[in-house]
Write a protein that binds this ligand. Structure first.
Ligand SMILES: Cc1cc2nc3c(=O)[nH]c(=O)nc-3n(C[C@H](O)[C@H](O)[C@H](O)COP(=O)(O)OP(=O)(O)OC[C@H]3O[C@@H](n4cnc5c(N)ncnc54)[C@H](O)[C@@H]3O)c2cc1C
Length: 389
């Protein structure tokens, strides 16, 4: 066993840290007042995000995990995982925009199942940051039980006619196209009866944005007699549910890396705080009541780290580590939330202020315990592997 990072990934991390400091932090400072107002100027934020994406594309970081044939760099999952961790650890909100995963608005291997001419038309622009996407699986009556979706696609001439309603879809209000999952054979459903389609934005209607507790503002999508040609099927007809699960599995290392980086950010901030804040005539660090929660957090972070790196390595080895992926999603999101909560506590009142460093991160981590397969669903997957056969 060799636990050292390859030299090229160490160099990449250093280059990314330099890029964040030189190119992204000045933009972050420029728009800082927007984060603190109750009604931020959406146009200013979107302009800043577009600039960050463009800079990151130029520097070769944004979608480096995608293959070169669609404009990526063919970077390993381990390499991209390291960048996601570093972006999250930096504490910069825009740093997460500089790296496409784990955001479903960015490119994924799912899109590589499209024919070549559509790769050029739709996927390359997402890799190069000029278009964004969304991933539309969840419906009002089908969340955790995703195979219960009601959106229906029926064969119509040289294409498919789609009717249905999706909700909680990240980037619904901005996406240039969506990947939508629809039932094509109601008898088979998950076992060969759900298909994924690429649908351009002109072909669906957007509902109002649904606000939640984090910076993610999911929204609704309506498909009303939407028609797409046959070549807009992603992968094979009937295999969409497997493609969705493959997509979510592949993304677990990136979700885990995000949770890990955010936990590290909280611990960094809390460690500085306990050394500078005094109470009863001493720095807080002198009291075990303040320092032991940080020590426990350090232990949790190291456990998270090795689970995440191991999963990324296994994906690069060509394995389909469904069990490891569920363990990572469950453990890192639950543990990072606990770490953030402990760190918030040592900040006292400041921990609860929007202007403090932890509050926003805690809200975001709370969200990660629900999305892309809630913690209970990961436990369901893990328990089935224990009792099967
Ligand atoms: C911010 C945000 C962004 C999102 N972005 C997207 C997106 O881009 N695309 C997309 O398709 N979806 C998206 N979602 C939807 C998300 O994936 C679902 O919210 C999630 O899968 C849970 O589904 P649900 O909300 O319907 O909860 P439900 O399925 O109703 O579950 C409610 C609770 O019951 C638990 N539960 C359910 N079944 C079981 C069981 N068998 N055993 C034990 N406990 C169970 C769940 O774990 C959960 O705690 C997003 C959600 C949020 C909040």
């Amino acid at each position: 066993m060799d636990f050292t990072f390859p030299e090229e990934i160490i160099a990449l991390r250093a280059a990314f840290a330099d890029f964040l400091k030189r190119e992204i932090l000045p933009i972050e400072d420029e728009i800082a007042p927007q984060w603190d107002t109750p009604y931020p100027d959406k146009a200013v934020l979107q302009d800043a995000m577009a600039r960050v994406r463009a800079l990151s594309v130029d520097a070769g970081f944004f979608a480096a995990h995608m293959p070169e044939k669609v404009g990526g760099q063919g970077l390993s999952t381990l390499g991209m995982t390291a960048l996601v961790e570093d972006a999250a650890r930096s504490g910069s909100r825009l740093a997460m925009t500089a790296i496409s995963p784990p955001n479903p608005a960015g490119p994924s291997s799912l899109l590589l199942k499209l024919p070549d001419h559509l790769l050029e038309q739709w996927v390359r622009p997402v890799v190069t940051g000029t278009k964004t996407a969304c991933f539309a699986l969840t419906e009002p009556e089908a969340g955790s039980d995703a195979q219960a979706i009601r959106t229906r696609a029926v064969k119509d001439g040289d294409g498919w006619r789609i009717n249905g309603h999706k909700h909680y879809i990240t980037n619904a209000s901005e996406a240039d196209f969506t990947v939508v999952f629809a039932v094509t054979d109601p008898e088979k459903r998950a076992a060969g009866g759900i298909t994924a389609f690429l649908v351009p934005a002109e072909q669906f209607r957007r509902g109002p944005t649904q606000w939640n507790i984090s910076d993610t503002h999911p929204g609704e999508l309506f498909f009303e007699d939407t028609w797409v040609p046959d070549d807009h099927v992603i992968g094979e007809v009937g295999l969409g549910f497997f493609a969705a699960m493959e997509f979510l599995n592949a993304g677990r290392a990136y979700i885990g890396a995000q949770a890990l980086g955010l936990a590290e950010f909280c611990l960094d901030a809390a460690t500085t705080h306990v050394q500078t804040r005094t109470a009863f005539g001493k720095p807080l660090a002198a009291f075990q009541g303040a320092s032991f929660p940080l020590a426990q957090s350090k232990v949790d972070i190291e456990a998270m780290r090795w689970l995440v790196y191991h999963l990324a390595w296994a994906v690069d080895e060509g394995q389909n580590p469904m069990l490891d992926a569920s363990i990572v999603k469950y453990y890192t999101t639950e543990q990072a939330y606990t770490v953030a909560d402990r760190c918030l506590q040592v900040f006292g009142g400041m921990g609860l202020m929007k202007s403090g460093p932890i509050e926003r991160v805690l809200r975001h981590l709370r969200m990660l315990r629900v999305v892309e397969g809630a913690s209970e669903i990961q436990l369901l997957v893990i328990s089935r592997t224990l009792t099967a056969g």
